[in-house]
Design a protein around this ligand. Structure first.
Ligand SMILES: Cc1ncc(COP(=O)(O)O)c(C=O)c1O
Length: 400
């Protein structure tokens, strides 16, 4: 059929990751590949009651169109939570409700990027964001990153040399994919650099509330004196992703652009979904819910890390995330995590090969593991299977 698509569709011709994820749809596979929250912890019974209440009390409004910026009581809740937890000083007016934070990533690309503009990100970075930006055809440059976050001296150098940088995309808390959290000092230095160059920053923070050890750190947004930080939040990981409720918090002029994108894209986020979540926060204790899921996730994290210590061969290292949903595994350089997937699938276990998270490619000796969505039995068995594959691969390379 001679259907003619836009040129940019060529960028999405073949998704290698999609092909890999298809392989792991086998029923017996233990998959550590997704980033799913544990569905058995969703507050199903509570949401049944909330749904009835919303329809009983405000059925007609709940089923009607509503304003593009989002339901005011929900934005109030979000501003209060941000100010308490992330030490910001924001109000409901500074917030736009989006369909998950993923939608805001697309809006960021739409608002800032012309072809060949530059986006800076951590090395590695979140694949979903990189894909959202790709649509706008920027050049993505990875800024060297260590266990304390983005290296600010390197960032400074890159900004000095490149005048087409439109924004910097970062995940300072329990990063996807590495699980790493930026230190307080690094956060402050980072803000100094962006203030010097006046470059907008997308601070993407889906995991910040899921801290299992150590002290909460203030968001970059809390140090933002020039209105440069665009904070993205979401209820996907602390509540339920099915509602598709996220938000953008930004200074007035920038938020106005995001609201325009929202109007043009889908008018508004589901009225009833926003009202249900807001009612849940009124009637129940969201913090208590978050504490409850943290107990399970911490247990699963500890178990996975302990099993990895036991089962993985020498030469394989991994991060010890203080929160969030992922650990990041480094293999000896000779091994290629994407090639090893075939062996993993034969052994009924799966991860996401790390190469996809590096926009400039060429780093294939990493993979990402998720520990939130598998039961303890599956974690033990899955890591055993993975250990077997890795032990064989390491001894094969030793023989060569
Ligand atoms: C870093 C990061 N940003 C954004 C998202 C998108 O989340 P959602 O659209 O469900 O809010 C995810 C999901 O995994 C993520 O890991």
């Amino acid at each position: 059929m001679a259907v003619k698509y836009a040129k940019r569709m060529d960028l999405f011709k073949k998704s290698e990751l999609g092909e890999i994820l298809k392989l792991i749809e086998k029923p017996d596979i233990i998959s550590f590949a997704g980033g799913l929250p544990a569905s058995e912890l969703f507050p199903v019974e509570e949401m049944k009651k909330v749904a009835v209440k919303v329809l009983d009390e405000n059925g007609e409004e709940a089923l009607q169109y509503s304003g593009s910026q989002g339901y005011l009581p929900l934005r109030d809740h979000i501003a209060n939570r941000m100010n308490t937890k992330s030490k910001t000083n924001v109000q409901a007016d500074d917030i736009l409700i989006t369909s998950g934070s993923q939608q805001a990533l697309d809006f960021a690309g739409n608002i800032f990027l012309d072809e060949e503009d530059i986006v800076l990100c951590e090395s590695p970075s979140y694949l979903g964001a990189l894909n959202a930006f790709k649509n706008y055809q920027p050049k993505v440059i990875e800024v060297p990153t260590d266990e304390e976050g983005m290296i600010t001296e390197e960032l400074d150098k890159i900004l000095k040399e490149n005048n087409r940088v439109k924004f910097i995309y970062v995940i300072p808390d329990f990063q996807n994919p590495t699980g790493i959290t930026w230190s307080l000092e690094r956060r402050k230095k980072f803000i100094e650099v962006i203030n010097k160059y006046e470059i907008p920053v997308i601070e993407d923070n889906p995991y910040g509330e899921l801290r299992y050890e150590g002290e909460f750190l203030p968001a970059l947004k809390s140090f933002d004196t020039k209105g440069l930080v665009i904070y993205l939040g979401t209820f996907s990981k602390i509540f339920c992703p099915g509602y598709r409720l996220g938000w953008t918090c930004a200074s007035k002029d920038i938020l106005r652009k995001f609201i325009t994108c929202k109007e043009n894209s889908d008018l508004q986020t589901s009225t009833i979904g926003q009202r249900e979540l807001s009612k849940y926060i009124d009637d129940y204790d969201l913090d208590e819910h978050v504490e409850k899921i943290k107990v399970t996730y911490k247990k699963r994290r500890d178990l996975m890390l302990n099993c990895m210590k036991e089962e993985f061969p020498e030469g394989v290292s991994f991060t010890h995330p203080k929160g969030g949903l992922f650990t990041w595994v480094k293999l000896p350089e000779k091994l290629n995590a994407q090639e090893l997937m075939e062996k993993c699938v034969e052994n009924n276990v799966a991860y996401v090969p790390g190469g996809f998270f590096f926009p400039s490619g060429n780093k294939e000796n990493y993979f990402r593991l998720n520990y939130s969505s598998c039961t303890e039995e599956k974690i033990v068995e899955g890591i055993k299977r993975l250990g077997k594959v890795l032990n064989e691969a390491v001894s094969e390379t030793a023989e060569v």
